[in-house]
Design a protein around this ligand. Structure first.
Ligand SMILES: O=C(O)CCC(=O)C(=O)O
Ligand SMILES: [Fe+2]
Length: 321
Protein backbone atom coordinates (compact mmCIF):
# COMPACT_ATOMS: atom_id res chain seq x y z
CA UNK A 1 0.00 0.00 0.00
CA UNK A 2 1.28 3.47 -0.90
CA UNK A 3 2.47 5.46 2.05
CA UNK A 4 1.43 9.03 2.60
CA UNK A 5 3.84 11.73 1.42
CA UNK A 6 5.47 13.76 4.17
CA UNK A 7 4.06 17.16 3.26
CA UNK A 8 3.98 19.88 5.95
CA UNK A 9 0.78 21.76 6.77
CA UNK A 10 1.65 25.44 7.15
CA UNK A 11 -0.66 28.20 8.39
CA UNK A 12 -0.39 31.27 6.15
CA UNK A 13 -2.25 33.57 8.53
CA UNK A 14 1.00 34.61 10.26
CA UNK A 15 2.37 35.67 6.91
CA UNK A 16 -0.72 37.66 5.89
CA UNK A 17 -1.37 39.30 9.27
CA UNK A 18 1.76 38.81 11.39
CA UNK A 19 4.84 40.81 12.33
CA UNK A 20 8.07 40.78 10.31
CA UNK A 21 9.38 38.02 12.58
CA UNK A 22 6.18 35.98 11.95
CA UNK A 23 6.57 36.49 8.21
CA UNK A 24 10.15 35.29 8.33
CA UNK A 25 9.14 32.23 10.37
CA UNK A 26 6.49 31.26 7.78
CA UNK A 27 8.97 31.94 4.97
CA UNK A 28 11.40 29.49 6.55
CA UNK A 29 8.70 26.81 6.91
CA UNK A 30 7.73 27.19 3.24
CA UNK A 31 11.32 27.17 2.06
CA UNK A 32 12.11 24.05 4.10
CA UNK A 33 9.17 22.27 2.43
CA UNK A 34 9.91 23.55 -1.07
CA UNK A 35 13.59 22.62 -0.87
CA UNK A 36 12.80 19.04 0.21
CA UNK A 37 9.54 17.47 -1.03
CA UNK A 38 8.64 20.52 -3.14
CA UNK A 39 5.07 20.64 -1.77
CA UNK A 40 3.20 22.20 1.12
CA UNK A 41 -0.41 22.20 2.37
CA UNK A 42 -1.32 25.82 3.08
CA UNK A 43 -4.12 26.48 5.56
CA UNK A 44 -5.61 29.81 6.73
CA UNK A 45 -4.78 31.06 3.24
CA UNK A 46 -7.59 33.62 3.05
CA UNK A 47 -9.77 32.04 0.31
CA UNK A 48 -12.99 30.96 2.05
CA UNK A 49 -13.93 27.27 1.77
CA UNK A 50 -17.42 28.35 0.66
CA UNK A 51 -15.83 30.03 -2.39
CA UNK A 52 -13.75 26.93 -3.19
CA UNK A 53 -16.92 24.78 -2.91
CA UNK A 54 -18.71 27.18 -5.23
CA UNK A 55 -15.97 26.75 -7.87
CA UNK A 56 -16.18 22.95 -7.60
CA UNK A 57 -19.94 23.38 -8.15
CA UNK A 58 -19.31 25.50 -11.28
CA UNK A 59 -16.88 22.87 -12.57
CA UNK A 60 -19.53 20.17 -12.13
CA UNK A 61 -22.15 22.23 -14.01
CA UNK A 62 -19.70 22.94 -16.83
CA UNK A 63 -18.54 19.35 -17.32
CA UNK A 64 -22.15 18.08 -17.13
CA UNK A 65 -22.95 19.93 -20.38
CA UNK A 66 -23.16 17.87 -23.61
CA UNK A 67 -19.78 17.15 -25.23
CA UNK A 68 -20.84 18.92 -28.45
CA UNK A 69 -21.48 22.10 -26.48
CA UNK A 70 -18.20 21.86 -24.55
CA UNK A 71 -16.37 21.39 -27.85
CA UNK A 72 -17.70 24.77 -28.99
CA UNK A 73 -15.22 26.24 -26.45
CA UNK A 74 -12.36 24.01 -27.59
CA UNK A 75 -8.78 25.02 -26.76
CA UNK A 76 -6.95 25.09 -30.07
CA UNK A 77 -4.09 27.60 -29.81
CA UNK A 78 -1.17 26.94 -27.43
CA UNK A 79 -0.39 30.66 -27.22
CA UNK A 80 -3.93 31.51 -26.11
CA UNK A 81 -4.14 28.28 -24.08
CA UNK A 82 -7.73 28.89 -23.04
CA UNK A 83 -10.86 26.80 -23.33
CA UNK A 84 -11.95 23.17 -23.21
CA UNK A 85 -9.87 20.01 -23.79
CA UNK A 86 -11.79 16.75 -24.14
CA UNK A 87 -10.88 13.41 -22.60
CA UNK A 88 -8.11 11.88 -24.76
CA UNK A 89 -7.08 15.11 -26.52
CA UNK A 90 -4.00 15.71 -24.42
CA UNK A 91 -0.90 13.99 -25.75
CA UNK A 92 1.78 14.09 -23.10
CA UNK A 93 3.41 10.71 -23.59
CA UNK A 94 0.76 8.50 -21.98
CA UNK A 95 -3.00 8.20 -21.72
CA UNK A 96 -4.79 10.54 -19.33
CA UNK A 97 -8.45 10.03 -18.44
CA UNK A 98 -9.59 13.57 -17.84
CA UNK A 99 -11.21 16.66 -19.38
CA UNK A 100 -10.18 20.25 -18.61
CA UNK A 101 -11.23 23.85 -18.94
CA UNK A 102 -8.57 26.64 -18.83
CA UNK A 103 -9.37 30.24 -17.79
CA UNK A 104 -6.99 33.19 -18.16
CA UNK A 105 -6.65 36.70 -16.83
CA UNK A 106 -6.75 38.96 -19.87
CA UNK A 107 -8.78 37.21 -22.55
CA UNK A 108 -11.14 34.26 -22.50
CA UNK A 109 -12.43 33.93 -26.07
CA UNK A 110 -13.57 30.34 -25.46
CA UNK A 111 -15.59 30.81 -22.29
CA UNK A 112 -19.28 29.98 -21.71
CA UNK A 113 -21.42 33.13 -21.85
CA UNK A 114 -23.99 34.24 -19.28
CA UNK A 115 -26.73 32.62 -21.36
CA UNK A 116 -24.85 29.29 -21.33
CA UNK A 117 -23.97 29.27 -17.61
CA UNK A 118 -25.15 32.43 -15.85
CA UNK A 119 -22.49 32.95 -13.17
CA UNK A 120 -19.61 31.00 -14.71
CA UNK A 121 -17.41 33.83 -16.03
CA UNK A 122 -17.86 36.47 -13.31
CA UNK A 123 -17.37 33.97 -10.49
CA UNK A 124 -14.33 32.36 -12.15
CA UNK A 125 -12.84 35.83 -12.83
CA UNK A 126 -13.24 36.69 -9.18
CA UNK A 127 -11.75 33.40 -7.97
CA UNK A 128 -8.91 33.89 -10.42
CA UNK A 129 -7.94 37.16 -8.70
CA UNK A 130 -8.16 35.50 -5.28
CA UNK A 131 -5.75 32.80 -6.49
CA UNK A 132 -3.48 35.38 -8.11
CA UNK A 133 -3.33 37.41 -4.89
CA UNK A 134 -2.54 34.30 -2.84
CA UNK A 135 0.01 33.06 -5.36
CA UNK A 136 1.85 36.40 -5.39
CA UNK A 137 1.93 36.37 -1.58
CA UNK A 138 3.46 32.89 -1.65
CA UNK A 139 6.11 34.15 -4.09
CA UNK A 140 6.83 37.12 -1.83
CA UNK A 141 7.22 34.71 1.07
CA UNK A 142 9.74 32.68 -0.92
CA UNK A 143 11.63 35.82 -1.92
CA UNK A 144 11.98 36.69 1.78
CA UNK A 145 13.17 33.16 2.59
CA UNK A 146 15.85 33.35 -0.08
CA UNK A 147 16.91 36.97 0.62
CA UNK A 148 16.08 38.00 -2.93
CA UNK A 149 14.37 41.22 -1.83
CA UNK A 150 10.59 41.31 -1.18
CA UNK A 151 9.68 42.56 -4.64
CA UNK A 152 11.82 40.11 -6.63
CA UNK A 153 8.85 38.15 -8.01
CA UNK A 154 6.58 41.21 -8.21
CA UNK A 155 9.03 42.60 -10.77
CA UNK A 156 8.60 39.59 -13.06
CA UNK A 157 4.83 39.11 -12.61
CA UNK A 158 3.36 42.54 -13.42
CA UNK A 159 1.75 41.23 -16.64
CA UNK A 160 1.73 37.59 -15.62
CA UNK A 161 -1.23 35.67 -16.99
CA UNK A 162 -1.51 32.46 -14.95
CA UNK A 163 -3.84 29.65 -15.93
CA UNK A 164 -6.78 28.58 -13.81
CA UNK A 165 -7.72 25.04 -14.75
CA UNK A 166 -10.84 23.06 -13.89
CA UNK A 167 -10.30 19.30 -14.20
CA UNK A 168 -12.88 16.52 -14.29
CA UNK A 169 -11.69 12.93 -14.05
CA UNK A 170 -14.82 11.00 -15.06
CA UNK A 171 -15.99 7.96 -13.15
CA UNK A 172 -14.12 5.07 -14.75
CA UNK A 173 -13.47 1.37 -14.35
CA UNK A 174 -10.36 0.78 -12.27
CA UNK A 175 -9.00 -1.75 -14.75
CA UNK A 176 -9.00 0.85 -17.54
CA UNK A 177 -7.09 3.48 -15.56
CA UNK A 178 -4.69 0.89 -14.12
CA UNK A 179 -3.47 -0.31 -17.54
CA UNK A 180 0.23 0.27 -18.30
CA UNK A 181 0.79 3.87 -19.47
CA UNK A 182 -2.66 5.03 -18.34
CA UNK A 183 -3.59 7.23 -15.37
CA UNK A 184 -6.06 9.91 -14.48
CA UNK A 185 -3.04 12.15 -15.13
CA UNK A 186 0.32 10.57 -15.90
CA UNK A 187 3.53 11.45 -13.97
CA UNK A 188 4.76 14.96 -14.80
CA UNK A 189 6.20 18.11 -13.29
CA UNK A 190 4.49 21.48 -13.70
CA UNK A 191 6.44 23.94 -15.81
CA UNK A 192 5.66 27.44 -14.46
CA UNK A 193 6.91 29.00 -11.21
CA UNK A 194 4.55 27.27 -8.79
CA UNK A 195 1.04 25.81 -8.69
CA UNK A 196 -1.87 26.19 -6.27
CA UNK A 197 -3.92 22.99 -6.26
CA UNK A 198 -7.38 22.50 -4.77
CA UNK A 199 -8.59 18.89 -4.73
CA UNK A 200 -11.90 17.33 -3.70
CA UNK A 201 -12.19 14.51 -1.16
CA UNK A 202 -11.82 11.56 -3.61
CA UNK A 203 -8.01 11.20 -3.46
CA UNK A 204 -5.59 9.61 -5.91
CA UNK A 205 -2.99 12.40 -6.15
CA UNK A 206 0.49 10.98 -5.56
CA UNK A 207 3.94 12.56 -5.51
CA UNK A 208 7.41 11.10 -5.98
CA UNK A 209 9.31 13.65 -3.88
CA UNK A 210 12.82 12.30 -4.38
CA UNK A 211 12.37 10.82 -7.87
CA UNK A 212 12.99 7.28 -6.72
CA UNK A 213 9.92 5.87 -8.45
CA UNK A 214 8.12 5.56 -5.10
CA UNK A 215 4.93 7.54 -5.42
CA UNK A 216 3.22 8.47 -2.15
CA UNK A 217 -0.30 9.72 -1.59
CA UNK A 218 -0.91 13.45 -1.12
CA UNK A 219 -4.25 12.96 0.62
CA UNK A 220 -6.93 15.64 0.55
CA UNK A 221 -6.73 17.82 3.68
CA UNK A 222 -9.89 19.82 4.33
CA UNK A 223 -9.46 23.60 4.26
CA UNK A 224 -6.00 23.56 2.66
CA UNK A 225 -4.60 24.31 -0.77
CA UNK A 226 -1.55 22.38 -1.94
CA UNK A 227 1.29 24.48 -3.35
CA UNK A 228 4.00 22.87 -5.43
CA UNK A 229 7.18 24.19 -6.98
CA UNK A 230 7.32 24.02 -10.77
CA UNK A 231 10.20 23.83 -13.26
CA UNK A 232 10.88 27.56 -13.76
CA UNK A 233 11.23 28.10 -10.01
CA UNK A 234 13.61 25.17 -9.81
CA UNK A 235 15.71 26.72 -12.58
CA UNK A 236 15.57 30.19 -11.04
CA UNK A 237 16.73 28.89 -7.64
CA UNK A 238 19.45 26.77 -9.27
CA UNK A 239 17.76 23.63 -7.97
CA UNK A 240 17.31 24.76 -4.35
CA UNK A 241 13.50 24.65 -4.68
CA UNK A 242 12.43 21.32 -6.13
CA UNK A 243 9.89 20.67 -8.88
CA UNK A 244 8.78 17.09 -8.25
CA UNK A 245 6.90 14.43 -10.19
CA UNK A 246 3.24 13.84 -9.45
CA UNK A 247 0.34 11.90 -10.92
CA UNK A 248 -3.31 11.02 -10.25
CA UNK A 249 -4.20 7.32 -10.08
CA UNK A 250 -6.75 5.06 -8.36
CA UNK A 251 -7.02 6.14 -4.73
CA UNK A 252 -5.52 3.48 -2.46
CA UNK A 253 -8.29 3.84 0.11
CA UNK A 254 -9.55 0.76 1.92
CA UNK A 255 -12.50 -0.84 0.17
CA UNK A 256 -15.46 -1.74 2.37
CA UNK A 257 -16.90 -5.26 2.18
CA UNK A 258 -20.18 -3.71 1.11
CA UNK A 259 -18.57 -1.87 -1.84
CA UNK A 260 -16.74 -5.06 -2.82
CA UNK A 261 -19.94 -7.11 -2.74
CA UNK A 262 -21.90 -4.85 -5.07
CA UNK A 263 -18.93 -4.12 -7.37
CA UNK A 264 -18.49 -0.44 -6.51
CA UNK A 265 -14.82 -1.13 -5.75
CA UNK A 266 -14.31 -1.83 -9.47
CA UNK A 267 -15.33 1.69 -10.50
CA UNK A 268 -13.63 4.91 -9.46
CA UNK A 269 -15.90 7.80 -8.55
CA UNK A 270 -15.56 11.03 -10.54
CA UNK A 271 -12.89 13.38 -9.21
CA UNK A 272 -12.54 17.16 -9.64
CA UNK A 273 -9.49 19.36 -9.02
CA UNK A 274 -8.59 23.00 -9.59
CA UNK A 275 -4.94 23.89 -10.24
CA UNK A 276 -3.78 27.50 -10.72
CA UNK A 277 -0.47 27.60 -12.60
CA UNK A 278 1.61 30.72 -11.95
CA UNK A 279 3.84 31.86 -14.81
CA UNK A 280 6.11 34.93 -14.99
CA UNK A 281 5.76 37.79 -17.47
CA UNK A 282 6.32 36.44 -20.98
CA UNK A 283 9.36 38.66 -21.59
CA UNK A 284 11.08 37.67 -18.30
CA UNK A 285 14.40 35.85 -18.60
CA UNK A 286 14.69 33.12 -16.01
CA UNK A 287 18.33 33.03 -14.99
CA UNK A 288 19.55 30.96 -12.02
CA UNK A 289 20.25 33.11 -8.96
CA UNK A 290 23.60 31.88 -7.68
CA UNK A 291 25.10 31.81 -4.23
CA UNK A 292 28.77 32.60 -3.85
CA UNK A 293 30.95 30.01 -5.53
CA UNK A 294 27.98 28.21 -7.08
CA UNK A 295 27.84 27.17 -10.74
CA UNK A 296 24.64 27.55 -12.80
CA UNK A 297 22.91 24.20 -13.29
CA UNK A 298 20.44 25.56 -15.85
CA UNK A 299 20.63 27.81 -18.89
CA UNK A 300 18.69 31.06 -19.01
CA UNK A 301 15.27 30.71 -20.69
CA UNK A 302 12.68 33.19 -21.89
CA UNK A 303 9.51 32.60 -19.84
CA UNK A 304 7.06 33.21 -22.71
CA UNK A 305 8.81 30.86 -25.13
CA UNK A 306 9.18 28.26 -22.39
CA UNK A 307 5.47 28.36 -21.66
CA UNK A 308 4.32 28.02 -25.25
CA UNK A 309 6.82 25.24 -26.02
CA UNK A 310 5.75 23.24 -22.95
CA UNK A 311 2.06 23.80 -23.61
CA UNK A 312 2.53 22.49 -27.16
CA UNK A 313 4.26 19.38 -25.79
CA UNK A 314 1.25 18.63 -23.61
CA UNK A 315 -1.48 19.03 -26.18
CA UNK A 316 -1.93 17.39 -29.47
CA UNK A 317 -3.35 20.45 -31.19
CA UNK A 318 -4.04 18.52 -34.39
CA UNK A 319 -5.98 15.84 -32.56
CA UNK A 320 -7.99 18.50 -30.77
CA UNK A 321 -8.72 20.38 -34.01
O1 LIG B 1 -5.75 16.70 -10.24
C1 LIG B 1 -4.75 16.83 -9.54
O2 LIG B 1 -4.80 16.68 -8.31
C2 LIG B 1 -3.41 17.17 -10.16
C3 LIG B 1 -3.51 17.95 -11.44
C4 LIG B 1 -2.16 18.27 -12.02
O3 LIG B 1 -1.14 17.81 -11.57
C5 LIG B 1 -2.04 19.18 -13.19
O4 LIG B 1 -3.05 19.55 -13.79
O5 LIG B 1 -0.89 19.55 -13.53
FE1 LIG C 1 0.58 18.92 -12.21
Amino acid sequence: MTETADIAIVSFDRFINGSDADKRAVAKELYDAFSTVGWVYLKDHGIPQSRVDEIFGLAKSFFALPLSQKLSWKLSDPEVNQGYTADGAEANGGVDHKECYEHRRFANPSCPSSSDLPTFKPVLDDFYYQCLTLGLQVLKCLAIAMDLGESFFENITTRADPQLRLIHYPSIEKKVVEQEGHARIIPHTDFGLCTLLFQDSVGGLEVDPFHTGEFKAALPVEGTVLINIADLMMRLTNGRCRSTLHRVVSPKAKVTQEAKRDGRDEVLPARYSIPFFIHPDPEAMIVPVLREGEKARYEAVNAGEWRVANTMKNYSMEAAA
